[in-house]
Design a protein around this ligand. Sequence first.
Ligand code: C2E
Ligand code: CA
Ligand code: CA
Length: 749
Amino acid sequence: MTSESGGPRCDRGAGDAAGHPAPRENDPLRRFAGIWCRAVHPLAATKMTPDEFEGYLLPLAHRLSAALCSSPFDTEAAYEVGAALVDAQCTEPDALPAILGVIDAHLVSCSSPGAPFSRPSGESFPGPSDEPAHEPLADEEARARCVRLQHALAAGFVRELRERERDEQEAISRAAMAARTEAEKALHASEAKFQAVFEGAVIGVGIAGLDGEVLVVNDAMARMFGGMDFFRPGRKVTEFVHPDDVPGAHELYRELVNGERDHFRIEKPHYRDDGSELWTNLTVTLLRDSSGAPQYQLALAEDITEHRQLRERLRYEATHDELTGLPNRTLFLERLDQVLAADADAERFGVCYLDLDGFKAVNDSLGHVVGDGMLKAVAERLQRCVKPAELLARVGGDEFLALVTGPAAQADGAGLARRMLAALAEPVRIEGRELRVRASIGVVDGRAGEIGRAEVLRSADITMYRAKAAGGNRFEIADADSNARVIARHSLTNGLPSALEKGEFFIEYQPLVRLTDGTVRGAEALVRWLHPLHGVLGPDQFIPLAEDTGLIVPLGRWVLEQAARQARKWRDAAEDDESLRVNVNLSPCQLSHPTLVSDTVAVLENAGLCPSALCLEVTENDLIGADETALRPLRQLADLGVDIALDDFGTGYSNLSYLRRLPVSQLKLDRSFTRGMQRAPADPVDVKIVEGIVSLAHTLDLAVTVEGVETAVQAEHLRGLGCDTAQGWYYARPGPPERLHTLALADAS
Ligand code: C2E
Ligand code: CA
Ligand code: CA
């Protein structure tokens, strides 16, 4: 804002320079200010409202008017008014002409009370009545002064405008200066920081050209590699190859220096100058110039040698067996998975699963120290016969797995198994003892990609058990059929316990026919399993399993109950308490079961059946070697009146003199003796044997039943030989109990 200038004024008191307009309506300068405002306000960038703007202009109008009348004439005030108008933002391009136009048209008339005011309404515009009188200016003089005032105002206006622009530019350049200084400070700080990082970093930092030449490395990097000498001039990073570099490391590097990637990160081994190994966690970043072209490579390396050694030790411990130092199951499975996943067509493999025979006995009788010694000795022997490319692992207490791979000729599992057994042939010496080592081996041969890990292991396991079942100290080779049998057996065993609860068993009855008159004497109860998956299974398929698992005891009791109840029904239906009897098979487990006698008595009582209606069949083999204690339950039952039959007679060691001591009342002659009589002429030897047995049996007061009678010829022959009872397809196959009744009725008629 311009300062108020001194100098004489012709209109004092109309307002003050501080911007307080004169209050009177009829003030001609107020009118001037109004006109001025209307002309200029639209062209001003001011934030003032028109009223405010008019209030701002009024003192300026007074100053101009005063200057016009001043004596001596002075244009300084106009100069300052020009500046004041710039201050009020009247800086638009058309503003100055508008300002000057109003002055030119109205200043003289509004300032000189004596001069006529031209007003559109034609009214005269009287001057302020309290204004002191001053010398009216001559018209010409007034106009000339007005023009000069306009010039001065324009000059002040322009100068102020320029100063303003200069101030603004200065502010801008001052800001730019300040910014540059800040930027320089920051740059300096970051360079210092970079230097600090570079020098003081615990991490190795190095910069190399795109040709691989090492340009600079920091202390940490030099220390890592055993001194600055390592990075002697001319050394290129491309020389730092190592056999254990990750595959593809070279490709990553090539892409980086070609600008195809910005960085890569790998775990990289190096040899120091002294030959020792250094492992680094290496990050290489491409540095580009300002145009984006690749310029340098920056390497950040972290020494992870110790970390890696620790990791390797932990991994070794996790993948090796402590006792023998051999690889353990984890490592073996890793290698096996790799081999099985290989897609090389020619790649074959062989797996040998070795389990020591009777190792538990060694451990139990000679102690763990000897047991451990034996395992170590076995591991050493086996290791010696395994070739470097083959893998031997200890996978359990006394279990070892070996893996051979390669083209057909080399991947010979059986060959390896043979070598392993040969290696164990000589006894081992432990703590002064000579110990024989025996082992069973299951061998699985196959082709990569054709079989899964689980199947290989299961097959090896099954086959090893086959070798054990065959007497041990041998190897067996896996084959699908044997595996299938074992697996089926296994799955049946699993389903067996719940089958009884679920009512999956049922009984068929096969008639026993009196040979003299062809009448049905009774029937043998033969159990079947209606398996939900496999359909009807015969007893040969599950009785051995039931015996192994002990389920035979409840199952046998169930059969006995069912059969006794059935016999009761037959007898009721036949209205003849003597006619029909039922035969039930007993397993050796049941024979030795403490509640056999009491259970049987209870079953008979519950069914309301007399003991003589029941015949228990026991095989000859089950009784061989049985002493009097073992025979006691049978004798008790026999004493009660239950018939005991010696089943499958002739298949065991038939010590005939022994027969006398047994509490049996019947012999069931095995099918093998009667097969030779199915067709005429009968096998004379068979005839002689059967004749001899029958006569012996009758001498001992035993009745004879023949099994497996399939033809009329057979039946006739056996009747001629004096057999008492017959059973076989010729009469009837095993079937539902109802059928027996119709057979019996048919006989009777
Ligand atoms: P087993 O006691 O010798 O029973 C006779 C077997 O010979 C039955 O076989 C029967 O179907 C079959 N058979 C009968 N007539 C002929 C014939 O003319 N020709 C031929 N080739 N075979 C004939 P199955 O039913 O398969 O029973 C097999 C064995 O299962 C039985 O032999 C018996 O030892 C055992 N078994 C059956 N049921 C039970 C039971 O409830 N408990 C026990 N512990 N064993 C049972
Ligand atoms: Ca039988
Ligand atoms: Ca039999």
